[in-house]
Each structure stands twice: as C-alpha cells, then as structure tokens.
Design a binder for this molecule. Structure first.
Ligand code: DQA
Length: 142
C-alpha cells in the first residue's frame, strides 16, 4: 500500500507539546515507529504549517500513485473548509487521525470539518490511533 500521511500545523513540534494530549514522541520518531510497525507499507510523509501547502499536497494525489490517505489536520480540523474541499475530491480510502480525543476536549475542538468525508476517524489513543488507522486501511485496500 502506498500511503500518503499528512500532518497539519504544530505537529512538527511533537515532543514539545503537552504530553497529556500528544504523548512524548517527536514527529520523526512517530514516522520511524510507523515505518517499523508496517514494513510493507510504502509511506510518504508530509507536514506543513500552511493551509495552502496542505491543499497543494492533496492536489498532487491526482498525479501520483497513492492507495490511501491518512490525515491529521491538527487545528485545521476545526477551521478549514478549504482543506475539506480538497480532500473531498479524492476518491481514495481516507482516514482522519488525532492523537487526542477531540470530542472530549474544549468545545471548539468538537467542530470537525472532516468527519463526514473520511471513511473513518481514529482518535484519543496517541500513537495507537495511527496504528489502528493504518491496520484499517490495509484491510480496506486488500
Ligand atoms: C490534534 C488535535 C487538534 O485539536 C490540535 O489542534 C492538534 C492536534 C491531535 O492530534 O490530537 O494540533 O489534531
């Protein structure tokens, strides 16, 4: 499976963010752990703090050979209709992942512009949210 993994703003700062919500792993360590856990998955990792760059990374899906998309949009989850529109165009299997449980935090995090356009959401289990999401995608594309 060729999997595009997209991370939104501030997720490049994992390791420095509140460990209660986000754990202790850096983004690089997260990438390495996922690559070790799923040696047969061909990962393309992308992170940006900029909304337009994430939109352009999603547009590139139309000229690349991906089988599925995993996105953690960070705070753009709660604000970005533009990223939602870009993701909605893509007909591949797609999952939304969060380290923390956005439904059990501040009210503003309960707004999720992606939840009805993804195949499934995985959240609240830190690293395991990703592992569960990738296992789900592997079954879906098999
Ligand atoms: C997050 C949750 C968002 O509310 C927050 O803005 C993030 C990370 C998560 O993985 O739990 O940056 O997407």
């Amino acid at each position: 499976m060729n999997l595009l993994v997209i991370h939104g703003p501030n997720l490049n700062m994992l390791g420095k963010r509140n460990p209660k919500h986000y754990g202790h792993l850096t983004l690089q360590e997260l990438y390495e752990t996922l690559s070790d856990e799923f040696p047969d998955v061909d990962f393309s990792f992308y992170q940006s703090n900029y909304e337009g760059e994430i939109i352009e990374a999603l547009h590139e899906v139309f000229t690349e050979n991906f089988d599925a998309i995993l996105i953690n949009p960070g705070a753009f989850t709660h604000t970005s209709i533009a990223i939602r529109d870009a993701l909605e165009m893509i007909e591949l299997p797609k999952v939304e992942v969060h380290l923390s449980n956005i439904d059990k935090r501040e009210d503003f995090r309960k707004i999720d512009y992606f939840k009805d356009i993804v195949n499934k959401r995985f959240m609240g289990h830190q690293l395991d949210s990703y592992i569960e999401a990738i296992a789900y995608l592997l079954e879906l594309v098999a």
